[in-house]
Design a protein around this ligand. Structure first.
Ligand code: GLN
Length: 492
């Protein structure tokens, strides 16, 4: 088998080849490690490699396979976003604050995937503390989009999306607080799933905004996302917000038949602000689903307009509380020779955190301060409820809600960096889904000027299966998800 076949294989195909002993996990793992070594200089998608650990786990997987002992991911190499704590492996969250941080335990997602036999190759670059939509806020430098090295990969899980698109691993993880799985998936031409809030444990995921954060998979197909979600999901005694619900076998539950599926098109997403080319790609994808038996229904989400303002009060407020723990005393970066306690706090936090993180802490503490709490934080919580009710009402009439994943294609470095609000608009179609705690998926819907665009499918709470099925059907009837950047151009 050629390396390129290995490097573009789906998890489901590779899993079969491993079971048939057509390839060993060690071969596959070495091919991925070589690929990372060859391309990472250009892409900067991976912050930390664990080559020895990976080869050891691959050998263990090969032994298990020889005995006929398979987990759902046995022998499959993967990369984790560097927000997941990994036992004995540095976990930076893209920040100087945690540049030297080595956790003493695995996040639940990491241990669950390990228990299913996955082989961890390393950790992916990301926006600092997952704040951003372009990967330009990482302390470890920007990640390049493998489709065009002059453009951003999206964020905050941009390292994961770029690594996947570049063939460094067949499976990667991300987290999504306001769009950070779906938007980079859209900009890098891969499939990304943000599960329902509570579906996946947050234990060991470095907290950004606790009521919004959710981990999920990115992969080459919806089918692979179904396999990975089953491995990641489930109640966890260590996360009181994880849902006490059975985890279906999403892979076994995949069904191409979408006859009668009602897909809602929010008027507020398909308005005059929508880029005409994005609209055309999204509508073309939806017409494929229509031909497969779905019906398109016009719906309204009348308070969508408030999502950005609401999110940018709630997320910074929660972040300011979560980031208070980085005080230079207990762990993380500490400034040199503080003269007193205040100087220690002030300089450790000013030097350890980047500009965007500091901006969020300022906004968040302001919104939570006495005197402004009611006007901002409380008001935002009320609007969040109203936004959630819009979805509840819409889901009385439809099974899935569709729209773009992002307002456009990948943009050049620096294009939005000077204007935080322009950057915040990148998540205009994704944020409300987090505010309402719903599952959302981005699947490729073709190219504009050679760059990928994503279709977003939003589901009812805990109904990841229906959006996976619709994406699976789309991927059976089209080949947009198979488009790849020029791999040869990436290696030196
Ligand atoms: N871009 C959004 C933000 O900066 C969302 C980030 C995320 O989902 N982690 O907050």
């Amino acid at each position: 088998m050629t390396d390129n076949a290995l490097l573009s294989g789906s998890v489901s195909a590779l899993r079969q080849q491993l079971r048939d002993r057509a390839v060993s996990s060690e071969e596959l793992t070495r091919a991925c490690l070589e690929r990372i070594e060859a391309c990472n200089g250009k892409l900067n998608a991976v912050i930390t490699m664990c080559s020895e650990l990976a080869i050891d786990s691959a050998r263990a997987a090969d032994k298990a396979i020889a005995k006929g002992d398979f987990g759902s991911l046995t022998g499959i190499p993967l990369l984790h976003k560097d927000i997941f704590c990994t036992d004995g492996v540095r976990t930076t969250c893209g920040s100087r604050m945690l540049e030297q941080f080595v956790p003493a335990y695995d996040a639940t997602v990491v241990s669950k995937m390990k228990a299913e036999g996955a082989v961890m190759l390393g950790k992916c670059n990301m926006d600092e503390f997952a704040m951003g939509s372009s990967n330009e806020t990482s302390f470890f430098g920007t990640v390049k989009n493998p489709w065009d090295l002059n453009c951003v990969p999206g964020g905050s899980s941009g390292g994961s999306a770029a690594a996947l698109a570049a063939g460094m691993a067949p499976l990667v993880t991300g987290t999504d607080t306001g769009g950070s799985i779906r938007q980079p998936a859209s900009l890098c031409g891969v499939t990304g799933l943000k599960p329902t809030y509570g579906r996946v444990s947050r234990l060991g995921i470095i907290a950004f905004a606790s009521s919004l954060d959710q981990a999920g998979p990115m992969a080459r197909t919806a089918e692979d996302c179904a396999i990975a979600l089953t491995a990641m999901a489930g109640i966890d005694a260590g996360d009181s917000t994880s849902a006490d619900l059975p985890v279906p076998d999403f892979h076994a539950g995949l069904n191409h038949d979408i006859q009668g599926l009602r897909i809602g098109l929010p008027r507020e997403y398909f308005n005059d602000d929508l880029d005409p080319e994005v609209r055309e790609r999204v509508m073309t994808a939806l017409s494929v689903l229509e031909q497969a038996g779905a019906t398109l229904v016009d719906i309204e989400l009348p308070h969508s307009h408030y999502a950005i303002a609401t999110y940018y009060v709630i997320a910074p407020a929660e972040a300011s509380a979560n980031l208070a723990r980085y005080d230079g005393v207990r762990f993380g970066y500490r400034c040199d020779e503080p003269v007193d306690l205040e100087d220690l706090y002030l300089r450790s936090r000013s030097e350890g955190f980047g500009e965007e993180v500091q901006r969020r802490i300022l906004v968040g503490t302001y919104a939570l301060s006495a005197g402004f709490y009611d006007a901002y934080f409380n008001k935002a919580q009320q609007v969040r409820r109203v936004i959630t009710e819009d979805f509840t009402r819409a889901f009385d009439r439809v099974d899935v809600i569709a729209g773009p994943s992002a307002p456009g294609i990948a943009f050049p470095f620096g294009a939005k960096q000077q204007d935080p609000v322009a950057m915040y608009m990148e998540d205009i179609y994704t944020l409300a889904v987090n505010l309402a705690g719903l599952p959302g998926l981005s699947t490729p819907a073709g190219l504009i000027n050679g760059m990928p665009v994503g279709l977003q499918l939003i589901g009812k709470p805990f109904d990841e299966q229906t959006i996976l099925n619709a994406a699976h059907r789309l991927q059976r009837d089209t080949d947009w998800h198979l488009a790849r950047p020029q791999l040869e151009a990436l290696a030196p």
